[in-house]
Design a protein around this ligand. Structure first.
Ligand code: AMP
Ligand code: GLY
Length: 423
């Protein structure tokens, strides 16, 4: 039985720890750095996810038999390669495989080579060239993206030439995302329903999770700036088996095959963000990890022991692994700090957690929280993921909202319309 180390400290990692803690196959769970809620079920370790050297050292010392990586930046830095080099079993893609997320320029040209449906695009390294391209463009909106990681904030949907130019300037000249803006992708604006797909892969085969939907804008009705994600539902009632097969055949399979053929076999979770357009599903972006908050809904839906699934992957035996899901639906409503996704204050006392937790079918996953002297305080933008499962989607949403209404902290806000469009 392994000691497990989960890397990261958000709602995603709390949900992973919660699920792994139910397994009779784990000895002890550590989460680095973890959060206030994680400490109820696992041990928080004060090492940040990008301090790979310290994490490898810790894993050696504690005889970690399985490491699970949450955040994109650690993957992009090659944490999986370092753990593998140290002989520690680890779940997640190598640096080379994770480039599908870490470089949008790489992902786009990869999709072009492999005929994977995505928005039409051009890649630019020089501002002048990008600006010339804009001058010739007639169709707006256009989407301007920093190629590298930018905490989900490196995407601008520009309605006019002026807006597009302003985005290019801030990304390429002012370098508001640093090195991530060394290259930009300018792409066609896609219309349709946005969904999240997760496929677990051992590099050779893959299995799909149910489809999920995130709500990225901060306010109801998809208004306001983009966030890390304000809430999710899964599965999506309107998605058909046919839709899922199309996505598996036209997107997931060729992506994993292409990466394998390029000598970058992908182990871990491949999470394409898709737009379901009138011309079929098209890739908006690839992520090389579990989504957050998607994972919070997935963990309450997943029936099979997650340790089993992950160990099958690490051993290259995913083909023989059965993955079972509970019936019904899950919903997650994110409670955020006042001001998020802009500037926000921390250290607000959180009340009502005990009452909210008592509601049957509800799980509270902590994201930005700390625990001090018997109380919980806010410590991040996304504070809690109030997650519920029920036989119907409406039932799951009702439970999540009933629980959310019991929780209070100064400045707290959340979307009241999670899942509304799918009902
Ligand atoms: P990304 O980080 O590439 O997923 O972009 C962030 C968000 O911007 C996505 O979740 C979409 O809502 C939106 N977006 C990105 N690319 C496009 C596109 N080509 N057309 C329309 N919306 C887009
Ligand atoms: N759900 C958004 C993300 O994980 O990137």
């Amino acid at each position: 039985m392994p000691n497990v180390l989960i890397i990261g400290g958000g709602g995603r990692e709390h949900a992973l720890a919660w699920k792994l803690a139910q397994s009779p196959r784990v000895k002890k769970i550590y989460v680095a750095p973890g959060n206030g809620g994680v400490r109820e079920i696992a041990e928080n370790i004060p090492i940040i996810s990008t301090d790979i050297k310290a994490l490898v050292e810790f894993a050696r010392e504690k005889k970690i038999g399985l490491a699970v990586v949450g955040p994109d930046d650690a993957l992009a830095l090659g944490i999986v390669d370092e753990f593998k080099n140290a002989g520690i079993p680890v779940f997640g893609p190598t640096k080379a495989a994770a480039e599908i997320e870490a470089s949008k320029a790489f992902a786009k040209s990869f999709m072009k080579t492999h005929a994977i449906p995505t928005a039409g695009f051009e890649v630019f390294k020089e501002y002048e060239k990008a600006k010339e391209y804009l001058e010739r463009s007639e169709k707006f909106p256009l989407v301007v993206k920093a190629s590298g990681l930018a905490l989900g904030k490196g995407v601008v949907i520009a309605k006019t030439k002026e807006e597009a130019d302003a985005a290019l300037r801030s990304i390429m000249l002012d370098k508001i995302f640093g090195e991530s803006g060394n290259e930009v992708v300018i792409e066609e604006f896609l219309q349709g329903k946005e969904i999240s797909i997760h496929a677990v892969s051992d590099g050779a085969t893959f299995q799909m999770f149910p489809a999920a939907q995130d709500h990225k804008r901060v306010f109801d009705g998809d208004k306001g700036p983009n966030t890390g994600g304000m809430g999710t539902i899964a599965p999506l009632p309107w998605m058909t088996t046919n839709d899922m097969n199309t996505i598996a055949e036209s997107i997931v399979e060729p992506t994993l095959r292409g990466l394998r053929d390029a000598g970058r076999p992908f182990g871990g979770i491949l999470y394409p963000g898709l737009m379901m357009t009138n011309d079929g599903p098209k890739v908006l972006e690839f992520n090389a990890r579990f989504g957050d908050p998607e994972t919070q809904t997935y963990m309450v839906l997943l029936k099979t022991d997650l340790v089993e699934i992950i160990e099958s992957c690490v051993a290259g035996k995913l083909k023989e692994q059965k993955i079972e899901w509970h019936s019904g639906y899950a919903a997650c409503v994110v409670l955020a700090s006042g001001g998020y996704p802009g500037k926000y204050e921390k250290g607000k006392k959180i009340t009502g957690l005990e009452e909210a937790k008592k509601i049957k079918g509800v799980e509270l996953f902590h994201a930005g929280t700390v625990y001090e002297n018997g109380e919980y305080y806010t410590a991040g933008g996304r504070v809690l993921g109030v997650t519920a499962r029920a036989e119907t989607l409406r039932g799951a949403l009702n439970l999540a909202y009933e629980a959310a209404a019991k929780i209070r902290f100064n400045g707290m806000h959340y979307r009241k319309d999670i899942g509304a469009k799918a009902l």
